[in-house]
Design a protein around this ligand. Structure first.
Ligand code: GCU
Length: 441
């Protein structure tokens, strides 16, 4: 019991908690492996193909040779129904959208339960202060989840909301924020921070801490919001993974924005980087209240084509270190099935966002590395374009991979590979210019 309490504290339910010690990290890894193995047993799988290494010097380094990236020539068509019929109208697209959602639910991200306990938002603290030269009003919030169905598990959502002082109905950027210890934070880049850039436009921002309500490991799947709904039991094969749980939290944040006059809930952006970029595109795809997506270096499991043999692979995502992001069913695609057996691919996840605007951001492969596969993200964006066009919007407008720094943002889907590393940092000014087109009164 003591051990369970210790785990609860350290799994990441409190964003101010210390980082786990090596010993706790080892036991979390063991518990994740155990749950991963249990899911494999239930799927009747004995062995998985190992993924390549992210270390470019390793003998099994992930492929970064474009000529070897695309042995498969087939990509599922978002505009063809499962029965082979064509999708020709926006009404038909609504039906096709449901088909795609069912496939993403059962095979990749898992199904968000139909009833998840309610969240009530508490204001913990309100402060009038400044960010740079801007006067702001900051609210510390905690979303308390009703746990009467299983009182052993407490779940709370941590969020901080910052809006320009004395204004109403501002556009807002909701960021999935990393809970990094102080020493790990990057030094600020030159020039105004992203927060200052948003405040300059008169926009606000909110930071939601995903690990406050669902830990980022397999050990935590019997805890957090997933564990609460399952009353502490392991997941079923099409149960939601962590990305869907994180997206659920963003949806509850949106519920809160809908109740306050400071924020214009019709102009809320969802933003995230890397695994939180994956969570951001999943949020955007499923919750149609979000107006725009700003998706940073989300790579495999996010906006990169799964079928491409370049950088991170399905085999990595399905391993004990990352499978928790997905439904247990997804593990099958690392053996006996292959990524080519997936009924859907990442371009169709982007298409689920249509007709709402999405900006896909990547760093420079020379700086960020090739793991996230910038071209794979570009291709997914390009192949999502026909759905935008069917709905009367403008897609990416080209199938030609742009050089670093070129901003493809004349349509409702945007792509830009900046000159920096694993961050959205240098793309903020471009994203703001893109979003202004939709947010200007
Ligand atoms: C790892 C993982 C990626 C993920 C990234 C991150 O590199 O393989 O899929 O996006 O971590 O979240 O930083």
């Amino acid at each position: 019991m003591k051990y369970a309490v210790l785990l609860l504290l350290l799994i990441g339910f409190n964003r101010v908690s210390a980082q786990p010690s090596d010993r706790v990290r080892d036991s979390l890894r063991d518990l994740s492996r155990k749950d991963h193995r249990l899911m494999m047993d239930r799927l009747g799988i004995t062995e998985l193909r190992p993924g390549p290494s992210g270390n470019p010097e390793a003998p099994n380094a992930a492929n970064r040779d474009e000529s070897k990236a695309s042995p498969c020539t087939f990509l599922p068509d978002p505009l063809v129904f499962d029965n082979g019929g064509g999708v020709k109208t926006s009404q038909q697209w609504q039906l096709r959208r449901k088909e795609l959602i069912d496939l993403f639910d059962s095979e990749i991200y898992g199904k968000t339960p139909e009833t998840v306990p309610a969240v009530s938002w508490q204001v913990l603290e309100e402060t009038d202060t400044t960010v740079g030269t801007y006067d702001v009003h900051v609210t510390q919030l905690r979303g308390e989840v009703d746990n009467t169905i299983y009182p052993d598990i407490d779940v709370t959502i941590d969020m901080e909301l910052t809006v320009p002082s004395d204004t109403m109905l501002v556009p807002l950027i909701l960021q999935f924020t990393w809970n990094l210890p102080a020493g790990w934070r990057r030094p600020p880049a030159d020039g105004p921070t992203w927060e200052e850039q948003l405040l300059k436009q008169g926009w606000g921002f909110a930071k939601i801490y995903p690990t406050s309500y669902q830990a980022d490991n397999g050990a935590g799947l019997t805890q957090g919001i997933i564990g609460l709904v399952n009353k502490g039991q392991p997941r079923k094969m099409d149960d939601w993974g962590t990305l869907k749980a994180w997206a659920w939290g963003a949806g509850r944040a949106m519920d809160y924005f809908e109740t306050i006059s400071a924020v214009d809930a019709d102009r809320v952006v969802i933003e995230g980087l890397s695994r939180y970029g994956k969570a951001a595109i999943v949020t955007m795809a499923y919750d149609q209240r979000f107006a725009i997506g700003f998706i940073g270096s989300s790579g495999a499991g996010g906006t990169k084509i799964f079928r491409r043999i370049y950088g991170e692979q399905v085999e990595n995502l399905a391993s004990a270190g990352e499978y928790h992001w997905f439904a247990p069913n997804f593990i099958k695609y690392a053996g006996p099935l292959t990524p080519n057996d997936l009924p859907v691919d990442a371009h169709e996840l982007i298409a689920l966002c249509a007709p709402r605007p999405v900006f896909i951001s990547s760093g420079s492969p020379d700086v960020e590395g090739h793991w996230i596969d910038a071209r794979g993200m570009f291709l997914a964006t390009a192949h999502a374009s026909p759905v935008y066009e069917l709905l009367g919007k403008t897609g990416l407008g080209t199938m030609k991979y742009p050089p670093e720094g070129a901003a493809l943002m004349s349509g409702d889907l945007a792509f830009r590979q900046h000159e920096g590393g694993h961050t959205v940092g240098p793309n903020w000014p471009y994203f703001i210019e893109f979003a202004m087109r939709y947010f200007e009164p």
